[in-house]
Design a protein around this ligand. Structure first.
Ligand SMILES: NC(=O)CC[C@H](N)C(=O)O
Length: 242
């Protein structure tokens, strides 16, 4: 075993999954495939529809779409319990409907309640900004994206201040309550764009779980994908040699 000492310089192969039960999964696959960030040894970007597929990935994206429909399909296909287990132990990123599913509780839920994975200590309000017709874009400050500001062209140059992220909100939730010990707020909607006129969290991180209320996969700015990949890579590194 002489040469198996793990070095941070050796990228471990990463396999990323995108939950593909419903919603904007192919857009995430495209963003992952084209993200120009630091080079990760990304061996697979695969759709996840079964527990067997979920078992093969190092990190999972739960896309935007309809959280109630995704929960229903996951239950019917025997994927619900594996998803609960995965999202509590492995890197997971929920966008929009994914943010709703990861929450512990939600208001504006379907009559009779809706099933949530409950992997983040958050309460979300669904459809905070109204219907599809009320969709909008707004610039967010997200200091966590600073490491990914520099274009991955190999160019040297001073790091600019964090470039605002132009976020697309479509029937989006916001986090209205959270456990501030466990959950880190990464970005807030500016008060001017918020119905409550106070800044409200729209990107949060709890351990290996990331949730964004907006849709980075619908933009050409792949810094959130790079941020998530860096989480997955860090988790893989901490696991030691494969
Ligand atoms: N764009 C979206 O993902 C909308 C999410 C939807 N409002 C839900 O709660 O499932």
């Amino acid at each position: 075993m002489a040469s198996t000492a793990f070095s941070n310089a050796e990228p471990r192969p990463l396999s990323l999954g995108v939950l593909a039960l419903q919603g904007a999964f192919s857009e995430h696959q495209y963003s992952l495939a084209t993200q120009p960030g630091p080079v990760y040894h990304l061996t697979a970007i695969q759709t996840v529809r079964t527990a067997a597929e979920l078992a093969t990935v190092d990190g999972l994206i739960i896309p935007g779409g309809e959280s109630t429909t995704m929960a229903l399909i996951a239950e019917r296909s025997g994927l619900w319990e594996p998803l609960v287990e995965f999202t509590r132990t492995k890197p997971t990123w929920g966008t929009c409907a994914g943010m709703v599913l990861l929450a512990q509780t939600a208001s504006g839920a379907k009559r009779g309640g809706q099933k949530l994975l409950g992997s983040m200590a958050t309460h979300v309000q669904r459809n905070r900004f109204g219907s599809q017709l009320d969709s909008f874009e707004v610039e967010l400050d997200a200091p966590c994206l600073a490491p990914f500001d520099r274009p991955a062209t190999g160019e040297e140059g001073p790091l600019v201040d964090v470039i605002p992220f132009r976020a697309v909100f479509i029937r989006a939730p916001v986090v209205t309550e959270w456990d501030s010990v466990l959950v880190q707020v990464l970005a807030e909607i500016p008060p001017s764009a918020s119905p409550s006129t106070v800044a409200e969290p729209v990107a949060v991180l709890q351990g290996l779980c990331l949730a964004t209320a907006f849709h980075p996969e619908l933009t050409q700015d792949h810094r959130w994908h790079q941020f998530f990949l860096s989480l997955v890579a860090r988790q893989q590194t901490s696991l030691g040699p494969s």
